[in-house]
Write a protein that binds this ligand. Structure first.
Ligand code: NAD
Length: 495
């Protein structure tokens, strides 16, 4: 149960101007530049962050490298590192509401979702990888008699982490927790419009005892700070979540610099494939609506395409539309709000444009697709249901990253799989059916990293999360994610 009065108190807290966090100290940007942080709740200026520069990135990478080389973290006893990471998670839990409210103030996610998805998931992720520190070991390979081969798992060194604005704490810790657990140092760049909760996270890491220089945060523009991290010769691995366009740039930076490994978690256009024999169509309609409209659709795995068997197309779409119309759009810091703010004016304009294009290309907008609550000064949009969207349509192919659902009917299982796969993306999806064989065939047929059966959005830190096709490479979460942040070294001995 959310404590509305505590939320109201926290939202009134003044936020002082923020600086970069480099080598354990708060430092203004090298050029002294600052950027305003605008709240999508009401369009007001919340505070400012440092407008970081390439020089700031140099300083952060130098601090991270020095920390790595002198072993203050990379060679600290595993039990001690584990203790610090657990303390870090404790502090996140202790400050959970403050972190969540801070994050909502600059990114607009409804607080009911933010509290669980942000500090809640961040603390859990840090604990999970803290436990891996003294449990994941190297190998002794089964080599011929008279030889001994040791396979060491060594930290790579300095990890560059670049994250988007939708879930900074959740996505940030998916990367920094395994990177730190493996013994690396980190230079992180939050999205310029949603840096506040990650800056607070860095302060909590220091309070927990993480040595100076091990976790550094440089804020500012992607094309300046992000580019400098991407091109830096001292960054060994890049872990990124964001759009495909930026992902492409990072691969280019790696090619132009030191061939650093780039792990990309990119966009999606995830399908909900609903068969007429789904066990509970009312439940399915509810989950499908929530799976695309919560957080105004600003969820990488949002189920943005409904692919529904023709015999139930009209009735199921009607039900999803009704649910969309009853969802509470409002102030994201009200506990009962179901759809908070669209992150920015630019994102809102892009969402509305997609709806316009869809209608021009023949789709029927059954509901929503309009700017609402404009009088607040904030950026809000009513959830849109677009019916009869063909696979060729722009809105079927492109990620909107907004509260926009497309509906496309199918006649056969083969057609459903073909439609589900008919985009460049392969992030998530679901199949709704009572038939076990159908469920197995369809989940096998869809090329996506995360598939659900008769549910949507369920998963936890124990299982991998990553994309196929142009949704990216590598995975966050699970023990597999640790592999991104280690090099394997073989030591072969003749006995
Ligand atoms: P974005 O690519 O615009 O920005 C992401 C980050 O990259 C930000 O920190 C930004 O400052 C930085 N950046 C921008 N330009 C850069 C450049 N030239 N060089 C280096 N860094 C640069 O994405 P966004 O709009 O913040 O986030 C939305 C996108 O993220 C959507 O496509 C969404 O699907 C995706 N996303 C994916 C996942 C996932 O797990 N697959 C999760 C959340 C969001």
């Amino acid at each position: 149960m959310l404590d509305q009065s505590a939320i109201d108190t926290l939202r009134g807290n003044e936020i002082p101007p923020q600086s970069n966090f480099i080598n354990g100290r708060w430092r203004d940007a090298s050029g002294g530049g600052i950027r305003d942080v605008i709240s999508p709740i009401d369009g007001a200026v919340l505070t400012s962050i440092a407008d970081g520069t390439a020089d700031d990135v140099d300083a952060a990478v130098a601090a991270a490298r020095a920390a790595f080389e002198d072993g203050r973290w990379s060679r600290m006893a595993p039990a001690q590192r584990k203790k610090i990471m657990h303390r870090f998670a404790d502090l996140i839990e202790k400050n959970a509401l403050e972190l969540a409210v801070l994050g909502v103030r600059d990114n607009g996610t409804e607080i009911s979702m933010a509290l669980k998805a942000e500090p809640g998931s961040a603390a859990g992720t840090i604990r999970y990888y803290a436990e891996a520190i003294d449990k994941v070991a190297g190998e002794i390979a089964p080599t011929p008699d008279g030889t001994l081969a040791l396979v060491h798992r060594e930290p790579v060194g300095v990890v560059g982490v670049i994250v988007p604005w939708n879930f900074p704490l959740m996505i940030g810790t998916w990367k920094i927790a395994p990177a730190l657990a493996a013994g690396n140092s980190v230079v992180m760049k939050p999205a310029e419009s949603a840096s506040l909760s990650l800056l607070k996270l860095a302060a909590l890491a220091q309070e927990a005892g993480l040595p100076d220089g091990v976790l550094n945060v440089v804020t500012g523009k992607g094309s300046v700070v992000g580019e400098a991290i991407g091109l830096h010769m001292g960054v060994d691995v890049l872990a990124f979540t964001g759009s495909g366009g930026t992902g492409r740039r990072l691969l280019d930076y790696a090619a132009r610099s030191n061939l650093k490994r780039c792990y990309l978690e990119l966009g999606g256009k995830s399908p909900n494939v609903v068969f007429a024999d789904a066990p509970d169509l009312e439940f399915a309609a509810n989950v499908c609506a929530n799976g695309i409209f919560r957080n105004s659709g600003q969820v990488c795995i949002a189920g943005s395409r409904l692919i529904v068997e023709r015999s139930i197309h009209a009735e199921f779409t009607r039900r999803v539309t009704e649910i969309a119309e009853t969802m509470a759009i409002g102030d994201p810091l009200q506990a009962d709000t179901q759809i908070g703010a669209v992150h920015s004016e630019a994102q809102l304009a892009q969402n509305l444009n997609f709806v316009g294009i869809a209608e021009a290309e023949g789709a029927t907008c059954l509901t929503g697709g309009k700017r609402v609550r404009e009088e607040t000064g904030g950026t809000y949009m009513s959830p849109a249901v677009l019916d009869n969207v063909t696979p060729e349509a722009t809105v079927f192919q492109k990620e909107v990253f907004g509260p926009v659902l497309t509906v496309t009917p199918f006649d056969t299982e083969e057609e459903a799989i073909r439609l589900a796969n008919a985009t460049e993306f392969g992030l998530a999806g679901a199949v709704w059916t009572s038939n076990l064989s159908t469920a197995h065939r369809v989940t096998k047929g869809i090329r996506s990293g995360l598939l659900h059966v008769n549910t949507y959005g369920g998963s936890d830190v124990t299982v991998p999360m990553g994309g196929m096709k142009q949704s990216g490479n590598g995975v966050d979460k699970s023990l597999h994610a640790l592999d991104k942040y280690v090099d394997l070294k073989t030591v072969w001995m003749k006995l």
